[in-house]
Structures are given as C-alpha cells and as structure tokens.
Design a protein around this ligand. Structure first.
Ligand SMILES: [Cu+2]
Length: 110
C-alpha cells in the first residue's frame, strides 16, 4: 500500500517536470529561421540547428544573446530566462531575421 503511494508520487513528479520546461528547435535552413517567430516560457531551452552549408549567428538586436558563428551541422542552445520580446538576426546576413518571445511561467506551472 505504502509502496504504491510512493510510485504514484514518483510518476506525478516526472510528469510535472516534463511540463515545467521544454526544448524548442529552430531550424536554420535556406537563410531563414524556421519558425521565424517563436514563443516560449521562461526556463525553456531554445536550440538553433544550422542545416545550411555556411555559418550563421543568432544575435539579438539588444545584444542580450549572441551565439557566435554556428557552423554547418552544429547547433546552439539558449536557456530563455528573462521574459521579453527579442528580435534577432544573423550577423553575416542581416536580412535573416527572427523573433523570440519569452513569456512568464503561468501560476499553474510553478
Ligand atoms: Cu546567416
């Protein structure tokens, strides 16, 4: 009886953990960020994967984040901690633009 209760507790802890923070993938392909606009929650991880044959960067206009050159077939991860709207672009190709919105964690997920 007691063992069953512990098992239930363990499972619910795992489920809560899975919904508390997520990993979002943005593909860099054809000189575009896909998706171009992404909204995540604070604490989530965003991973940009470069599927092109040239290096790109992920650089926010306000310089909050800058990936450095992401080589082809490499990726760069950011843990989005501070809520806000961040427009970003690629330094070598300024016409490549994206928007990352970091929302606050809703009370039910705290
Ligand atoms: Cu680029």
């Amino acid at each position: 009886m007691r063992r069953a209760l512990l098992a239930v507790l363990a499972i619910s802890t795992c489920l809560w953990g899975a919904s508390a923070s997520r990993v979002h993938i943005i593909l860099i392909q054809g000189f575009q960020f896909q998706p171009e606009n992404l909204t995540v929650q604070a604490g989530d991880t965003v991973e940009w994967k470069n599927a092109d044959i040239v290096p790109h960067t992920v650089t926010s206009d306000d310089k909050t984040f800058h990936s450095g050159l992401i080589q082809p077939n490499h990726s760069w991860k950011l843990v989005a901690r501070t809520p806000g709207s961040y427009s970003y672009s690629c330094t070598p190709h300024p016409n490549m633009k994206g928007m990352l919105v970091v929302g606050r964690i809703p009370p039910e997920r705290r």
